[in-house]
Design a binder for this molecule. Structure first.
Ligand SMILES: NC(=O)CC[C@H](N)C(=O)O
Length: 278
């Protein structure tokens, strides 16, 4: 399959605000991308606007403040999606098609029960929460992430394990929490299943407290995937560092001769995996 034949759905509702840069991140790498509203998948729009999940190879939930972050960030988007499309979504994931959730998108995946999805494709209710940051305020800054995945995640096959990337964060509810009596059990399971993808670190990897970890997430987790490796949720925004000049540190040019920013590998990896498997 050619990259141009890969159909990407960037899905939004009222309050989503990173759909354009997420669309552009896939488009600039050659995929055919469409930004659509959830209504086009779920309700009576004109036939010309009507879409179906099976029209696409990749589903992306971008960042933003969907439904104004009312109730909990991502909760309303997830509820509207689950009530109308749970079966289609489950089929999409079980077919191995990739699903990407960035920031508000990660919150939507947690609220949908698609992550961490311990032992199931989609849990009946959320098995974790992206809770208010420990600082109780919106945190927005460059963040350093160590790639801790051992090869399961389809979105990071081009990133060496242990590599530290700069991918910026901007959120108020990024504090990954598991049910209190299950914290160590969930963490152990995620490690064993190779579902931990990114952790916050500082550049020398010797400091992981605030502000390097902006939210207080358990084990400084910034991103996790499902057991199949085809669903990734992460709080930082890879679509905001597609180019070298988007990095605050200009000396990086020697590290990214092709002008790529650290976020580009996330999009390139998943496009390559779709080319190979569909
Ligand atoms: N940049 C985003 O997607 C923000 C996500 C969510 N609105 C929060 O503040 O946590």
């Amino acid at each position: 399959m050619d990259t141009k034949d890969i159909k990407v759905c960037v899905l939004r509702i009222e309050g989503t605000n990173c759909e354009d840069e997420t669309n552009e991140a896939f488009r600039m790498l050659g995929a055919s991308v469409e930004t659509i509203h959830l209504k086009q998948l779920t309700s009576d729009v004109s036939p010309a606007l009507r879409r179906s999940l099976e029209d696409y190879h990749i589903l992306a939930f971008p960042g933003g403040f969907s439904a104004g972050d009312y109730v909990r960030a991502g909760a309303i988007f997830a509820a509207r999606m689950k009530s109308a499309l749970a079966g289609d979504l489950q089929k999409f994931v079980e077919s191995g098609k990739p699903v990407l959730g960035i920031c508000n998108g990660f919150q939507i995946l947690v609220e949908l029960g698609l992550l961490p999805a311990m032992g199931k494709t989609m849990s009946d209710f959320p098995q974790s929460a992206l809770y208010t940051n420990d600082s109780a305020r919106f945190e927005c800054r460059p963040t350093f992430l160590r790639h801790d995945n051992r090869g399961r995640c389809l979105f990071t096959s081009q990133i060496p394990q242990g590599k530290v990337l700069m991918i910026p964060s901007a959120h108020a509810e990024g504090n990954l929490k598991f049910p209190s009596d299950m914290q160590s059990k969930y963490l152990e399971k995620l490690e064993e299943n190779d579902q931990i993808v990114f952790r916050y670190v500082n550049p020398n990897e010797d400091e992981v407290s605030y502000p390097w970890c902006p939210n207080g997430s358990i084990s400084q987790i910034a991103g996790i995937c499902n057991e199949g490796g085809n669903v990734l949720g992460l709080m930082p925004h890879p679509e905001r560092v597609m180019f070298r000049f988007q990095h605050p540190d200009w000396t990086r040019s020697k590290e990214c001769p092709d002008g790529a920013g650290d976020g580009r590998a996330v999009f390139q990896s998943v496009l390559d995996s779709v080319k190979k498997s569909f």
